[in-house]
Design a protein around this ligand. Structure first.
Ligand code: UGA
Length: 437
């Protein structure tokens, strides 16, 4: 099938590359000329394991092209995906400017009947507006149908998820258009769920809101476990063995970040408000998460009284491992609070340091190596559980710090890991495992 994809951000690029990999002829369109030039050279604008290799393979096979020219890119296409960003507006709603621009662009440039597939996360009812916009901008006597096909990929494992996801949701009120998108997706070999247009749009928001709720819930239980001398990992294991609850997404820590959960939960609250519905639960989930991000700073203040003049190494700056994405990362709130408290902050991240420099306070210093960060520190904060950070922090702290003290926001170590080590270790939802010898 000949497919065009508008938008080569994280969603559009991964979708384009994976659709090419299963045999489709894909043209990725982006207005950013510099980005398109890089992509043509085989350079991905985002760090995503396995993406560049797959991109290169499919470009070489002639199934994947990049252009910034919509007229050429949209000509003769059977199916056009919209995969542009829907950033958060000031009032919390999703900003649909790019989606609607893409719809107008499609209307103006298509030369045959098309199916428009929306990958971008959009509020319920948006796809109907997309269809109206395409139809009202048509230049030729052709027609467009719309399908909502939300993405459920996780950054850092997006390629793996594309071929191993739990389901593909195809929502449309036009049977034939749905059949075409189902046919496109069949080679992925994943369960396909057909729904109405509005249900598919809602499934995306409901999924992310539910996962965010799970995280805030386990974080509240962790906070309570500390006060009651329970151990959050044991608790999570015990509740997760109930198949109705499930054992995934029960890792307590310093909350969720990234480009999706924070934005989508806010947007769903806004959608609810617009329908005169007060989504109390989701509002609490958001508040709990905001508080959780700076938990380690509160713990450190409790432990030391003041942080003024202390050197704090922040290990892991990205919102989660295996990505260079800094959007809504806990490190942003933590660094700001530490600087306000008068601490000296030394940041380290295996991949995200360059992006971190753009968003962390200018007072933050950076180390190129984890060793360097720990050597300079009076106290270490683990914010992201990168493999390197988990493997090295404990041992390097004992080697390089006079009185090693680690505040771990991701519960990377167990009692056994700490056995026989002279380390004070403070984590989330567990008794203070300090200096267990
Ligand atoms: C999330 C969803 O998992 C995807 O299904 C969805 O497609 C995507 O948003 C999206 O809407 O595009 P992502 O933001 O890449 O994916 O990251 P996750 O792996 O879900 O992690 C999100 C945050 O939750 C991270 O900050 C992570 O540290 C935190 N988290 C996750 C926890 O604190 N505890 C957990 O048990 C799991």
């Amino acid at each position: 099938m000949k497919i065009a994809i508008i938008g080569t951000g994280y969603v559009g690029l991964v979708t384009g590359v994976c659709l090419a990999e299963i045999g489709h002829e894909v043209t990725c369109i982006d207005t950013n000329l510099e980005k398109v030039d890089q992509l043509k050279k085989g350079i991905s604008p985002i760090y995503e394991p396995g993406l560049e290799e797959l991109m290169e393979k499919n470009r070489a096979a002639g199934r994947l092209e990049f252009t910034n020219n919509s007229i050429i890119g949209l000509k003769d296409q059977e199916v056009i995906y919209i995969a542009v960003g829907t950033p958060q507006s000031e009032d919390g709603a999703a900003d649909l400017t790019y989606v609607f621009n893409a719809a107008r662009n499609i209307g103006e440039n298509i030369t045959r009947n098309v199916v428009v597939v929306t990958k971008s996360t959009v509020p319920i009812g948006t796809n109907a507006k997309v269809r109206q916009l395409v139809m009202s901008n048509l230049q030729d006597n052709v027609c467009a149908e719309v399908v909502s096909n939300p993405e459920f990929l996780r950054e850092g494992s997006a390629i793996h998820d594309s071929f191993n996801g739990d389901r593909i949701v195809i929502g449309t009120d036009n049977q034939e258009a749905g059949d075409i998108v189902e046919e496109i997706n069949k080679p992925f070999g994943l369960p396909i769920l057909r729904t109405s247009l509005h249900s598919a749009e809602m499934i995306k928001y409901a999924s992310n809101a539910f996962l965010a709720t799970k995280i805030s819930f386990i974080n509240e239980i962790a906070n309570l476990s500390e006060k009651t001398n329970a151990h959050i990992e044991e608790v999570a294991k015990g509740i997760g063995m109930d198949s109705r609850i499930g054992n995934k997404f029960l890792n307590a820590g310093i909350g969720y970040g990234g480009s999706c959960f924070p934005k989508d939960t806010q947007a769903l609250v806004k959608i609810s408000e617009d329908c005169n519905h007060d989504f109390h639960l989701l509002k609490s989930v958001i508040t709990i998460n905001e508080n959780q991000k700076t938990l380690l700073v509160r713990k450190a203040k409790e432990r030391f009284g003041t942080l003024r003049g202390m050197k704090v190494a922040l290990l892991g700056l990205a919102f989660k491992p295996d990505t260079d994405d800094m959007r809504e990362a806990a490190s942003i709130s933590v660094a700001h609070e530490l600087v306000e408290e008068g601490a000296e902050v030394i940041g380290y991240d295996p991949i995200a340091a360059d992006n971190a420099k753009k968003v962390l306070p200018e007072e933050v210093l950076y180390a190129d190596q984890i060793e360097e960060a720990i050597k300079q520190a009076d106290v270490v904060f683990i914010l992201t559980e990168w493999k390197e950070i988990v493997e090295k922090t404990l041992i390097l702290s004992t080697l390089f710090m006079n009185e090693p003290i680690i505040f771990d926001g991701r519960n990377c170590y167990t009692n056994e890991d700490l056995y026989n080590l002279e380390v004070e270790y403070i984590s989330v939802g567990r008794e203070n495992l300090s200096k267990i010898r």
